[in-house]
Ligand binder design. Sequence first.
Ligand SMILES: NC(=O)c1ccc[n+]([C@@H]2O[C@H](COP(=O)([O-])OP(=O)(O)OC[C@H]3O[C@@H](n4cnc5c(N)ncnc54)[C@H](O)[C@@H]3O)[C@@H](O)[C@H]2O)c1
Length: 346
Amino acid sequence: MSGPLNIALVGLGWWGQKMLSVLEAAPEDIKVVRAIEPNLDGVRALCEGKGIPVSADYADALADPAVEAVVLATPHSLHTAQIAEAVKAGKHIFCEKPLALTAEEATRSVALCAEAGLVLGMGHERRWEPPIADMLTRADAGELGRIQQIEANFSHDKFVSLDKSNWRVKSTEAPAGGMTATGIHLLDLSVRLLGAAESVLCICEQLSSDLPQGDTVAAYVKFAGGGTSYVSASLSNPFMSRFTVYGSKGWIDIRDKAHVEAPDGWIVTSAMAGGPIETVEIGKAEPVKDNLVSFARAVRGMEAYPITADHLVDNIALLEAVFRSAKSGAIEKVARPAGQKLEKAS
Ligand SMILES: NC(=O)c1ccc[n+]([C@@H]2O[C@H](COP(=O)([O-])OP(=O)(O)OC[C@H]3O[C@@H](n4cnc5c(N)ncnc54)[C@H](O)[C@@H]3O)[C@@H](O)[C@H]2O)c1
């Protein structure tokens, strides 16, 4: 097939609506042909205004032959079952993060998509932020030398005022403070740069809010191939997003000027061996849109989707060990289920 990818947007809450609005700038690549949202009253006017049919039942999207892919912006604990149902219906899937809450579930979802020859996209848009993409390219080319350490923080206080019945602040849906909200993006980038993790120590505390899952989390990760990453997140301090990578030939520090909800550019400070410390400003971009466009082009066979099966499973295996360590207070091993074939048969 050619032309824009026809998608159903599933879950029209905060992030589903963000995706709906950025996709208006990508008509050649993606068309939203249907929306699914159980809270119909909250979104009927929005969808009518955009001429998008909306209904409450996910099965409507799966039964619609016009829908080629589903984009899941739903509570975390629903992702695994919704992916399995989409695979049965032959739909490609873009899933918001985290892919799953356990490595076993992540492995199952990745294997199901691979067996069915379906593309599995993932809401890790940070990889599409221009300075992050540039940093990854330079790291891959060896310009930074041996990657040794990562220090990263992603914090905001958007959830402090949420009602305590909201799934986003439940310790079952979103354990370990901000780890599933923001820290997971930093774990993804760490795995992308340093490979599978070996062990992690996580400390999660409730210091300045009544958020049930804790508000302050820090994880110190050791990677199987050497190297470490320190990932921290607060759900009760003002917005901050910083990713710093240190290599034997140079280091790069990337700060977001605003939350990805309304990107406002980046400040990048770096130094290469023997050179000065330099700071540059990078202009605005829309990485949430660019990730979805990349997914659509992967479905059309125009490009390879860059978040691989191994990245997806290694990230969730690390996340699960973070949850265990946050509870036990001990260093926990990162374990990945064996035996599943994750890549499409060629
Ligand atoms: N990539 C990012 O930067 C980013 C940012 C924010 C949120 N997210 C992710 O987006 C997802 C949604 O988070 P949110 O903050 O928008 O939450 P939200 O609660 O605002 O929205 C979730 C929506 O899903 C709906 N829903 C519940 N059950 C459903 C079902 N069975 N079928 C269809 N819809 C259903 C809810 O009614 C709600 O409107 C989560 O996975 C979250 O981690 C990603």
